[in-house]
Ligand binder design. Structure first.
Ligand code: NAD
Length: 337
């Protein structure tokens, strides 16, 4: 029997979840909930079989629903997520999982106590290109990692309750955690707010990992062009991911620089540049959110732990929280335990 799912939040992202849960074989979009009647009615017209709720508590009181997918603003994730778990529902929460590490840990504990599934929508972790990047790094194709540079830029959508870090950097942090398997030991963040005081639209974060590995990321809601790119520079090869290049989302460059430092005098050291081939792996054409919703349904059916579980959500939230702390201290380095 299909698993009955309720999508809560019919704004920008909720309709994408609704579409996927309505199309998947193993799930049924049984209910929609939004306190905004116009938005709810609009989405309700597309899915006439779904029951509509403006009151979230009334939705949870309806016993038919097995799982709740939350696509409401970040500040509400913890409170609404707690209520769903307390009412015995399995839970999919939009990224970022919560607005603080403490909230994330509390949700994880509650899900465990109640024997419910907790999953976070780290959409990119279900994208074929990102999974291929993870395999390439794990196979050692790039060699030891030097540094990573990531840019997530576009015009808008300014979020009402969070700054650009909690919106766009969430994606980059979840991708980097996933593809490298590394966790940063410290970070520094700087940002600027041009339109609204205290809610930066542009930010730069430096993540420091063990050794000299670094990740530099820029996120912005104030750019004329949409950019979603990650460059990973390794000792052996270099990789470029570009979401907007639909034909060649990943390119691997057999390029690099080797230093022959055998001579005792530094000015006699030889620098050798390598200019080798460039290749682009063929990738499956799968919508990441469809793969994610399918994985959620499989985990519900088999009662197994999702890949992007509460812990993975908490790891991302702790980095975002540390970035926020660094901003408050004018870019000071913050240690991550
Ligand atoms: N995975 C992704 O790529 C991706 C992309 C965009 C947004 N998101 C995430 O999705 C979430 C929502 O973002 P959005 O841009 O869709 O926001 P939005 O403001 O467009 O929509 C949120 C909706 O939630 C409703 N809502 C708020 N509180 C509610 C409550 N208590 N009960 C019922 N409805 C309530 C609002 O009325 C609104 O319609 C955020 O966590 C955001 O980070 C994820």
């Amino acid at each position: 029997m299909a698993i009955k799912v309720a999508v809560v939040g019919c704004g920008y992202w909720g309709p994408n979840l609704a579409r996927n849960f309505s199309q998947l074989a193993g799930t049924e979009l049984a209910a929609l909930c939004d306190r905004d009647r116009t938005r709810l009615a609009g989405l309700g017209r597309i899915y006439p079989a779904a029951r509509l709720f403006t009151d979230y508590r009334k939705l949870l009181a309806w016993p038919e629903i097995q799982a709740v997918a939350l696509a409401t603003p970040v500040a509400t994730h913890y409170r609404l997520g707690r209520l769903a778990l307390e009412q015995g529902r399995d839970l999919l929460v939009e990224k970022p999982l919560t607005a603080s590490g403490r909230e994330a840990e509390s949700l994880i504990r509650l899900a465990r106590e109640k024997g419910r599934l907790l999953m976070v929508d780290h959409t990119f972790e279900y994208a074929p290109a990102i999974n291929r990047m993870r395999e390439i790094i794990a196979a050692g194709e790039l060699g030891d990692l030097y540094y990573i540079r990531a840019e997530w830029l576009n015009l808008g959508l300014l979020q009402p309750d969070v700054n650009v870090i909690w919106d766009l950097a969430t994606h980059i942090v979840s991708i980097l955690n996933y593809v490298t398997g590394l966790e940063p030991s410290s970070l520094k963040a700087t940002a600027a707010a041009y339109l609204r005081r205290e809610i930066p639209e542009v930010a730069h974060i430096q993540l420091n990992y063990a050794g000299q590995v670094r990740a530099f990321m820029t996120v912005s809601w104030l750019e004329p062009r949409k950019t979603r790119s990650i460059t990973i520079v390794g000792k052996r090869r270099m990789l470029v991911y570009d979401l907007t290049n639909t034909e060649e989302q990943i390119k691997i460059f057999d390029k690099g620089v080797d230093l022959d430092a055998s001579h005792s005098e530094a000015n006699q050291w030889r620098i050798n540049y390598r200019y080798g081939d460039i290749y682009s792996p063929n990738l499956k054409n799968v919508e990441p959110l469809s793969a994610l919703c399918g994985h959620f349904a499989d985990c519900l059916k088999d009662r197994r732990r999702p890949r992007s579980d509460g812990e993975s959500g908490a790891r991302v939230v702790r980095v975002l929280e540390a970035a926020q702390r660094s901003l408050r201290r004018n870019g000071r380095e913050i240690k991550l335990s």
